[in-house]
Design a protein around this ligand. Sequence first.
Ligand SMILES: Nc1nc2c(c(=O)[nH]1)N[C@H]1C(S)=C(S)[C@@H](COP(=O)(O)OP(=O)(O)OC[C@H]3O[C@@H](n4cnc5c(=O)[nH]c(N)nc54)[C@H](O)[C@@H]3O)O[C@H]1N2
Ligand SMILES: Nc1nc2c(c(=O)[nH]1)N[C@H]1C(S)=C(S)[C@@H](COP(=O)(O)OP(=O)(O)OC[C@H]3O[C@@H](n4cnc5c(=O)[nH]c(N)nc54)[C@H](O)[C@@H]3O)O[C@H]1N2
Ligand code: SF4
Ligand SMILES: [Mo]
Length: 760
Amino acid sequence: MHTEKTACILCSRVCGLTVDIEDGKFVKIKGDDDHPMSKGYICQKAARLEHYQNHDDRLSHPLKRQPDGSFAKVSWDQALSEIAAKLNSVKKESGGDAFALVGGGGQGNHLGVLYGQQLLGAMGSRFVYSALAQEKTQDFWVNGRLFGEQTCHTTEDVEHADYVLFIGCNPFQSHGIPNARDTLKAIKKDPNRTMVVVDPRKSETAKQADIHLQLRPGTDAFLLSAILAIIVREGLHDRDFLSKYCTGFEELNKELLTLPIEEYVRRADVPLEDVYRVARGFATANTACVRIDLGLQQTLHCTLNAYLEKMLYLVTGNFGRRGGNNLHTYFIPLIGNTDERKTVDGKKLKLTAHHKMIPISGLYPPNILPDEIELGGIRAVWVDSSNPLMTSADTAAYERAFNKLDLLVVVDIALTETARLAHYVLPAASQFEKWEASGFNLEFPENFFQLRKPLFSPHGESLPEPEIYTRLLVKMGLIPDCFPILEQVAKLEPKATGHQLFLASFAATLSLKKSWMRYGASILYRSLGRALPEDAAAGAIFFPLAMEYTSKYREAVVRAGFEGNRFMLAASLFRAILSRHSGTIISKHEFKDVWTLIKNKDGLIHLHIDEMLADLKDLRTEAQPFTDYPFILMAGERRSYNANQIFRDPNWRKVDKDGAMRMHPSDAQTLTIADGERVICKSSTGQIEVTVEVDDSVRLGMVSLPHGYGMRFKNSDPIGPQLNVLTSGAHCDPFTKTPYHKHVPVNILKLDKTVSRATA
Ligand SMILES: Nc1nc2c(c(=O)[nH]1)N[C@H]1C(S)=C(S)[C@@H](COP(=O)(O)OP(=O)(O)OC[C@H]3O[C@@H](n4cnc5c(=O)[nH]c(N)nc54)[C@H](O)[C@@H]3O)O[C@H]1N2
Ligand SMILES: Nc1nc2c(c(=O)[nH]1)N[C@H]1C(S)=C(S)[C@@H](COP(=O)(O)OP(=O)(O)OC[C@H]3O[C@@H](n4cnc5c(=O)[nH]c(N)nc54)[C@H](O)[C@@H]3O)O[C@H]1N2
Ligand code: SF4
Ligand SMILES: [Mo]
């Protein structure tokens, strides 16, 4: 038995783990006390990771679909040669626009993306359909307008705030904030700190809150604008902050001054006095911050919601300081900036052929992909670390569209529902079988990074993504298989030069062979990578990233304890990343640095956004949403035993094996439905059979199903709800196309014994 350091890969917190390993298995998993961020914290899910690492549906060799629909085992060489030929022919016949990439890393695996993205360059495509564009692009778009670039992403200092507003998030279950349960407990225990939860469900977080605003689903825009209106009418906004750091408050102020507060609060169906208490409490607290997530992002008015929640902390001056909301730096640049008002690098933004959809932060929304395949000319799709058949809106539409593709390739560790439709399935080594890292290093003022080393050898013939993509580029004829001169330079260079010699040779090589620039990741992997200790070739890419990070944030990196001139500083950060297996603090910022992260030329925050003001004004005349369906389904609750689609083996769950549908006792009584009864949940898109859990945490008229179920295991029927059978690609924000997954109109029907099995 031996003990190693790694990280949990189940949510964006990627908590540090100390694991005992014996005979290729995890025998004990606990929190890593040396991890600079989680400091020993973990939740109940991490202890179950053996069910991710070893299970019967792991892929062990490449598969090729046969004419009869079955899969045949093929060699890597055959699979990659045939895929390369097909990709080259799609490109030649239909151009790069016929190719799309889906996915780009889950919660813990973003190293592979740095290699996978090279395929876009190889194909001459810019189409990345990412899970982020079904949750967060409205937020990124608003950030772009406020701060100057969509990469200006905000974080929240919940740990140090006196007043915390949790809107549409349930950190007790979903985490998303540092050491969530401990952090929540600390706020609850401290009589001088206040926790407010805005959520239609009495969530596990709401149960701990001082005030719970249990609003009607989808009415956040009304509630948040009413809170803002109270703040400005009572003069509780921060005039100094607004005049010193912001422009464009006047028109928003004018709108808020005449906003019908009581009518909006009635619409949200929460007690008026509670709303006044929250508005006053938040605006007058010493320090206050707002934390939001899917409950606000996947519901009605989600782009306006993003604007309004940001206005709460900006108008009250809770930005750029301890205990407030702040901007942060990235080590792995997870998102880009694609402002539709400008061109990027002299090129016009690429619109999708059918929906004419703009990219936001470089990403396109999964909601429109089936249409773009059926009507927009996409012929080849490459899926990596994602199971869109289960996780994107409208499972049946995805199935139809994917079945029409000329080429579907899936890179995964398991035979997913999406993989079952693929022409080729490529087995990836698991996150514990290769060098891996998460790009969710989104902290401020201290930021960190952890490069994890492999703990097990790859299952069967599976390969790490850097190897898969590099071999494919070679097969496509785009790069040679090795780079002997660069490799020699990397191996011979003395440590003291901080890779300067290598860098100069690398730059010279690329200047002679410009087409190789797009494949920098693979070239580094096959050259500098071969000179790194512990076979950490896949980590070579972090050298240029360390160069970039240290040159942008030199002082903050030095404050984190690194030394040296430009090259040596980068090299010392790079070496720390390679050698500190519990992760390392990479920068220590000061709160005033936030102002240097703003990208507007005038350095100010631009509060006036025409589109948002128009949307805010439109609320005044917006009719109550009407539907023929009596219930609003929240499709995708985070619970104790779900974790996206990362676990396939259902045995990982200690409870909630069916992924029950929560329903209010009065609704259950009216429909004469008993706890545990099987019923049909039916939307305008499809229907599924579910088990009812009678539960008074949900509002009347609302039902809730968990995310992360519905997968097959060992050829079983789907286990638990395939909830995206119920969702529609068209039920979404008109501007960003973010699905309204938290607001799906449904009907609940008693199981008619004559209806056999309900599927799509
Ligand atoms: N256990 C577990 N944790 C996870 C994950 C997981 O699968 N399982 N997934 C991870 C991922 S990818 C993400 S993005 C995060 C998401 O994390 P969260 O967004 O925190 O989780 P959800 O449960 O999807 O939704 C949060 C809350 O929104 C509420 N809500 C629903 N409708 C509305 C509404 O109209 N208004 C408001 N204000 N609230 C509403 C719900 O009742 C719910 O309590 O979780 C991460 N953590
Ligand atoms: N209705 C509804 N739908 C939702 C949501 C909701 O709340 N409601 N939530 C949405 C959200 S927030 C998100 S983030 C998405 C998530 O949905 P997806 O983008 O599909 O991501 P995951 O569920 O994390 O899928 C992970 C896949 O990666 C595979 N995998 C695991 N490790 C590796 C690895 O090392 N390499 C490779 N190549 N593959 C690996 C797993 O086997 C699994 O198939 O779902 C979205 N879908
Ligand atoms: S699931 Fe998230 S919070 Fe829980 S241990 Fe894993 S990374 Fe940490
Ligand atoms: Mo997510």
